[in-house]
Design a protein around this ligand. Structure first.
Ligand SMILES: [Zn+2]
Length: 390
């Protein structure tokens, strides 16, 4: 009993630090210590001690007192510290590498994108390049007075454990241990997690949206098509962490062969390469598709129909009320969404009395790297005690 007491005390403190920090993060305007005592039910003295610890750890800072009417000293407001520990998000995709640094409040402070076909390089060279990009961003952040506390890497494939990429069909990666390959490289000893890009992009969408989204499928349209499934504001990863392979849902059993080995996968009808057939690859072709309404109207509704057919199966099975179109599907949503909506209305059983919402992502192409950086921030906010010395 006696020996367990300090442990319990430490865990109460850790819980209360997280509680106070969560209130500061969620408050619509900077709360005072008194506001925090009221909203947490803790005593003023306890809140003050916790606030001092969080401030000493660099997690929160004070903003000037708002003018007050009435008696008493004006109260100092508390905000998340924009110069506190920051998150580094990195993304490997088939035709680009991206990275960003996000501060504690979720604001993107630094960003880099390198376009180039990653299929032309082996996994080792791609991982080295993305680590180099991360090191550059970390140095930029340091020059601006921010310390990167951790990194997360988004990959377009199936990931397990600490970072074994089992399969990334569009990169032709098989069993690439990305965590091992990155250890000791340009990122040094920075803590690093590795996750699927659509999962991280879905979490970024959730963070960006505030309170509107609850249960949705985020569709990441790139050369591959991934999906991040969010149920009641939590990521649904599946039993082994491999959910969301929307691109390999079959839309025509006798369709063209896919890189995964099956026939008629959605990617063959709505993936970037299918959309840009006979157009220049990458951003140039996409710009042409975006800017030429006749061209878009000629090929995007058919892709939207295939996408809607695949999504209708998902929605019938797992019951979400919103589809968010991300990646290249975001800017193409004016042409894709009507066809997706039509298929959902036709095929989803519940749509007769509860129509689906289909909308473009709020974040655009960098969603996965922002989500990756956000994952680092989320961990810090969830367990601030790690950053605050007793
Ligand atoms: Zn496939």
């Amino acid at each position: 009993m006696e020996s367990g007491y300090p442990v319990r005390q430490a865990s109460v403190r850790a819980h209360n630090l997280a509680l106070v920090l969560r209130q500061v993060a969620a408050a619509p305007r900077p709360p005072s210590r008194a506001d925090l005592a009221a909203s947490t039910g803790l005593t003023r003295a306890t809140v003050s001690a916790l606030v001092d610890d969080l401030a000493a750890g660099g997690l929160i800072s004070e903003v000037g007192p708002a003018p007050r009417t009435g008696a008493g000293r004006p109260a100092v407001g508390l905000v998340l510290n924009g110069y506190g520990p920051a998150g580094l998000g990195l993304e490997i995709n088939v035709d680009y590498l991206a990275g960003c640094v996000v501060d504690l409040s979720g604001t993107v402070r630094h960003r880099l994108v390198l376009h180039g076909d990653q299929r032309l390089l082996g996994p080792a060279a791609v991982l080295d390049a993305v680590a180099g990009l991360g090191a550059r961003l970390r140095a930029e952040a340091a020059a601006a007075g921010r310390v990167v506390a951790g990194a997360a890497l988004a990959v377009p494939g199936l990931v397990s454990g600490a970072g074994l990429v089992h399969r990334a069909p569009n990169l032709a990666w098989h069993d690439v241990d990305a965590a091992v390959a990155l250890a000791g490289g340009p990122l040094g000893d920075l803590p690093l997690t590795i996750d699927n890009e659509a999962n991280l992009a879905a979490l970024a969408e959730l963070d960006a949206d505030g309170d509107g989204l609850d249960s949705f499928v985020y569709v990441s349209g790139e050369i591959g098509i991934g999906a991040g499934i969010v149920l009641h504001r939590a990521l649904f990863r599946g039993a082994r962490g491999w959910s969301g392979e929307l691109g390999h849902v079959c839309v025509r059993p006798d369709g063209p062969p896919c890189r995964c080995g099956a026939l008629g996968c959605l990617e063959q009808y709505a993936g970037q390469e299918a959309l840009l057939r006979d157009l220049p690859a990458g951003e140039t072709g996409l710009a042409r598709l975006r800017d030429d309404a006749a061209l878009a109207a000629g090929r995007l509704p058919a892709a939207g129909t295939s996408l809607g057919v695949a999504l209708a199966g998902v929605v019938n099975m797992i019951d979400v009320d919103t589809v968010v179109l991300g990646g290249i599907f975001g800017p193409l949503a004016p042409w894709l969404a009507p066809a997706v909506e039509a298929e959902l209305a036709r095929r989803v059983l519940t749509s007769a009395w509860s129509p689906m919402t289909v909308r473009a992502s709020a974040l655009g192409p960098a969603a996965a790297s922002v989500g990756a950086a956000g994952a680092v921030i989320r961990d810090i906010l969830a367990e601030p005690a790690e950053w605050v010395r007793p």
